[in-house]
Design a protein around this ligand. Sequence first.
Ligand SMILES: Cc1ncc(C[n+]2csc(CCOP(=O)(O)OP(=O)(O)O)c2C)c(N)n1
Length: 559
Amino acid sequence: MPDLRQITGGAAIIEAARANGMSTIFGVPGAQIYPLFDALHGTDVELIVPRHEQAAAYMAMGYAKSTGRTGVFTVVPGPGVLNAAAALCTAMGNCSPVVCLTGQVPSSFLGRGRGHLHELADQAGTLRTLIKDAWRIDSAADASTLVNRAFRAASGGRPGPVAVEMCWDTMAGQSPALIERPGPSTPEPPVDTDAIDAAVRLLASAKRPMIMCGAGAQHAAPEVELLAEALQAPVTAFRSGRGVMPEDHALGVASVAARELWDEVDVLVGVGSRLEMPYMRWGDPMRYERKPSHGPKVVRIDIDAAEMRRFEPDVAIVADAAAACRLLAERLRTRAAPNPARVAEIAAAKRVADAAIDAIQPQASFLRAIRAVLPRDGILVPELSQVGFTTYTGAFPVLAPRTYISEGFQGTLGFGFPTALGAKVANPAKAVVSVTGDGGFMFGVQELATAAQYGIALVTIVFNNHSFANVLRDQQERFGGRTIGSEFHNPDFVRLAESFGVSARRVADPRELQRALETELAAARPALIEVAIEPGAERSPWPLIHMRKRPSEIMGQSR
Ligand SMILES: Cc1ncc(C[n+]2csc(CCOP(=O)(O)OP(=O)(O)O)c2C)c(N)n1
């Protein structure tokens, strides 16, 4: 007979999460989830309590994105879950394996609408519209099975966030429960050999193929490189697939260089990517195209079969990126006839891109200063901001997988600083830098307290232009100069950070930033560097993000 123990429902959830490898949990306590917190006593689980529930979820996302391991957070139901909702949507959009542990009203109140503490009608159902899945655990005895299912769902297939909830009385009450080891993960679907054959036929005669990576390729860097080498194909990415191929490798290119090469591409291989860049950024962002009407033949490799219906390729390979890329590379090694001039063409495109990017000042110079200091495996978390948007172009070359953590298609202002804190918690030995505007930073400014309390040695660079600069520019350019709601009176960020116990300084130019960043990374302490920017001084990076024309044509036209 298995050994059944009398434990609380909360302890059963924590034990089951530990059995799934949870070693860190981010969370904000409250009455319904007290038993979850109490169950952490005597375990080696690291608990980080941020100052807002949104940060708990973003930190779990940063933890997950920077490691590939599942991030876990816990918040009270209802308002706690809703406070975390923007982060959950973001984690869904950027494919982060995240598990949310939450509570529920007492079981006798379920569905009664009496208005018990934190009641949210059909919380699990609401969550299911936002994230991968959600379950209620009805007894301690069910905890192990459902928590195992939740962890499997978060990391299996296309990774994403999931949630489990348990009623207040169930979580607090003692009952017998058995914690079982999680079983092996669900095997990925076998690779469809007909689809591989079709892709091999297209690629064997391709003159200028290109590979485009998304989040689904982050675990497949060696296999993507094999395929790229077999084809001598440039490998690019917009955001989530950055670093799969180092952008200082002869075949690694960021978006602007990729656009310079794009018009001649005859076969595109998307690997775990929605292919937003060519078809929504370089095409018409207002017009949904189910199947591209012109341009290269498209091969897509994606673990999510639904992706193939959202955007139909010529060849659909529903498979794990690593398995499919390895198979394609093996099959193409003897059949592909790579173009010997390709490496030189890619190098030329990179030179064009660098010249175009150099015009995006002062952001490009600040990013090059950061790159000069950050080690290859250092992690950069950008924000929706003038400097953050400029990272999309390649102004900050990404050199290793999981070292550039993006917000994905949700474009969630305020994600950056708390996400970077989570990345630093997960990677204490690596340099982690958050790059943010003043607006986005203040969505989570209170987490300076979390950085100080737990000694999270993240360096946060706040580019302070006293505005929502993008909004301000759009209003100036497109609304006849009628600006509204886009300028700020900001606090003194240096004194603010110091009052939290965070080391802080102000710099004015890229050289000063480089020196300050060197100092703070060496000091390995929580730090804030404010960069003073004249409002309106930043050149728009958007012409290099929405590129209808190749950069060499844009430069020829607009200079
Ligand atoms: C949740 C959310 N709210 C609003 C926006 C719209 N938005 C995008 S960028 C931006 C301005 C960001 O300003 P700031 O952080 O100061 O950076 P800056 O552009 O000034 O460098 C806003 C309001 C968004 N993307 N996400």
